[in-house]
Design a protein around this ligand. Structure first.
Ligand code: UDP
Length: 242
């Protein structure tokens, strides 16, 4: 029997810091980390080009410092540095599984990562390397969701896979509060803005919309979901326009 081909050829996998923290909500949970690394290997084995944008909320968020009177830009740079800790952990796990990887950061830190250069990132992907984008966009006042949209547009990714923890898609109300909450299977970008659905910030949403980059919001805690999404199985919530 002929093996099924992946639906998406080049992906941006967005992993939030919260997802990496696991149940404790802080730091890095190695069970989660290993599960993500193995899932990435599974799709890489299917010849999918995988790039990743990793958040930092499990260590620091810009808004936290601001709440204590800290300069927002300083606090945001701290958040961007926090993402690099997560990226390095992921890179190490992926390489332990035998994958070739490159960590590229938007803030230069030559001892641990390559500086982000768009054409180099594309070359790495073409060579079969998993590319991890660290330090967000390098700019304060942005988020790693916006970074995922930006990098996806730059490298011509087919889809953004938005890995969430504790939720399997986008709901019309909070399923933890409302037992009748309904999960959307499909949404348009405008729905996220008009219905004020808290999936990603408005900047990230409009960037995806303007550049017609679809995304799938799904639960990372269920092993195999990255592969299911990549193979075109209907999981979570698809956001896009046909
Ligand atoms: N950040 C930033 N610019 C970026 C990306 C991230 O200033 O381009 C900062 C921001 O303070 C943010 C923090 O880094 O709160 C961590 O990123 P994010 O909150 O997006 O991580 P996640 O929620 O995905 O864990």
């Amino acid at each position: 029997m002929e093996e099924r081909k992946p639906k998406y050829r080049r992906i941006v996998l967005k992993i939030s810091g919260e997802a990496l923290a696991g149940p404790s909500g802080f730091g890095i949970d190695f069970n989660v980390l290993d599960s993500i690394a193995r899932q990435v290997k599974d799709v890489h084995d299917k010849k999918v080009q995988v790039s990743m944008v990793v958040g930092g909320g499990n260590f620091w968020r810009g808004a936290k410092g601001e709440a204590y009177g800290m300069d927002r830009a300083v606090s945001d740079y701290m958040g961007m540095l926090a993402t690099v800790i997560n990226c390095m952990a992921l890179q190490e796990r992926l390489e332990k599984l035998g994958l070739e990887t490159r960590l590229m950061t938007s803030i230069e830190m030559r001892e641990v990562a390559e500086p982000y250069i768009r054409r180099k990132a594309i070359h790495h992907l073409d060579m079969g390397r998993v590319v991890i984008f660290g330090a967000g966009s390098g700019n304060p006042y942005f988020s790693t969701d916006t970074t995922a949209a930006l990098r996806a547009a730059e490298i011509g990714a087919d889809i953004i896979l938005m890995a969430k923890r504790g939720t399997d898609g986008v709901y019309d109300s909070d399923p933890n509060v409302n037992p009748d909450a309904r999960r959307f299977t499909r949404l348009d970008y405008m729905d996220l803005i008009q219905k004020q659905l808290k999936v990603m910030d408005a900047t990230a949403t409009t960037l995806c919309m303007d550049n017609r980059i679809p995304m799938i919001v799904f639960d990372i805690d269920i092993y195999g979901n990255i592969e299911r999404a990549v193979m075109g199985e209907e999981i979570g919530t698809y956001v896009g326009r046909d």
